[in-house]
Design a protein around this ligand. Structure first.
Ligand code: SAH
Ligand code: SF4
Length: 359
């Protein structure tokens, strides 16, 4: 049987058009939109100001949601949670909620698996399965928005303060769905999460960065750099062979010129691989003149992979060396690594070694 489309798949205009073809007045689309993105309804029967006949007609063609939680894990400090969500075709993705420093951030996946296959990342291990649709991305946010609803004096829809596209997959290899999902979540009449509260992280897909800059959309950009030379980056982030550092840094510069926003550069410190003083110097030279911020993070271990985090003294030395050379750098604490919810630890299927808490 063919799956019904889910309502979050539709843009507001598409919902308006659909209802117009059904002869419904325009305000019905506004009502449904508000139920979905302000009241966070998860059932058509919750949409009480819609006539029963319209609810039936909607239910005949569309589902309110197409993702279902399979299992959740909570970090020991209780501030990070990860959910494995099953999609309508049986595929699964992971989504993470982080609750730190007064922010509730949802880390969304944009693809099932990933084709980029960075050397240190769990997501790339199984390769790419498929892109997520815009609705499937939006639904990851709605899942946690519903759970956080009503938290600490927040208005409905505002339980979530930030969204980062840093889960499974490469957002710029699924640009259109990512762009559509942002448009839905931005809408002031709906979820109302401003573009400035959204960050997209890319392994360095240069055309994606250029397109984002052209659109002038003020979302934050994070680039996963991890190496100061093409020789090393070719090995760690293989997409570098297609878009080498010269092109990548030029694209970052273009983005900064258009948006006036500084780019965040992610650098995972890997023991004995990219963490020497010479590499810190090379990184500082590479970034000279670029408005940016370097986020250093000791690499999160992935059981199948040989990489280990740099020892703390080397991490601190690397950070200091960058700062001495005028580079804005901070050391980031890894969140949720105890539940394999840290950067690069997400994957599609639950592992046998995990304790699965059924929801
Ligand atoms: N595909 C995008 C976004 C998802 S990955 C990207 O690569 O940017 C999110 C971040 O986790 C990226 O910065 C990525 O380089 C980083 N990452 C991947 N594996 C990691 C690991 N084992 N430890 C620390 N960071 C990792
Ligand atoms: Fe894909 Fe990002 Fe993982 Fe690289 S780090 S394999 S781009 S998800």
């Amino acid at each position: 049987m063919e799956q019904k489309r889910a309502l979050p798949e539709l843009s507001k205009e598409e919902l308006e058009e659909l209802l117009a073809t059904w002869g419904q007045p325009r305000y019905r689309a506004d009502q449904i939109w508000r139920w979905l993105y302000v009241s966070l309804a998860s059932d058509l029967d919750d949409m009480r100001n819609l006539p029963a006949a319209l609810r039936r007609q909607l239910g005949g063609q569309l589902a309110v949601t197409s993702v279902a939680p399979v299992s959740t894990l909570h970090s020991v400090d209780g501030r990070t949670e990860k959910v494995l969500l099953q999609l309508a075709d049986g595929q699964t993705v992971e989504t993470v909620l982080m609750d730190y420093d007064g922010r509730r951030t949802v880390c969304v996946s944009s693809q099932v698996g990933c084709a980029v296959r960075c050397a240190f990342c769990a997501t790339g291990l199984g390769g790419w399965m498929r892109d997520l649709s815009a609705g499937e991305i939006v639904e990851q946010v709605l899942y946690y928005a519903r759970l956080c609803r009503g938290g600490s004096g927040t208005a409905p829809g505002q339980g979530i303060s930030n969204i980062v596209y840093m889960g499974m997959g490469e957002p710029f290899l699924n640009y259109d769905a990512v762009r559509r999902s942002i448009a839905v979540l931005n809408d002031p009449e709906g979820f109302n999460l401003g573009a400035r509260r959204v960050t997209i992280s890319t392994a360095g897909i240069v055309p994606g960065i250029e397109r984002l800059a052209e659109e002038g959309l003020p979302v934050g950009l994070a680039v996963s750099l991890h190496a100061p030379s093409d020789e090393l980056r070719d090995r760690l982030v293989p997409i570098n062979r297609k878009y080498p550092l010269g092109q990548l840094i030029a694209a970052c510069r273009g983005y900064t010129e258009v948006t006036r926003r500084r780019v965040t550069l992610e650098y995972a410190l890997i023991d004995g691989v990219n963490d020497s003083p010479a590499e810190a110097d090379a990184l500082a030279r590479l970034l000279r003149g670029q408005l940016c911020h370097v986020n250093l993070i000791p690499v999160n271990p992935v059981p199948e992979l040989p990489y280990r985090p740099s020892p703390h003294e080397r991490v601190v030395a690397f950070e200091n060396r960058l700062r001495e050379r005028g580079v804005n750098a901070t050391l980031r604490v890894s969140r949720g690594a105890d539940i394999q919810a840290g950067c690069g630890q997400l994957r599609s299927a639950p592992r046998e070694c995990e304790t699965i808490v059924n929801t």
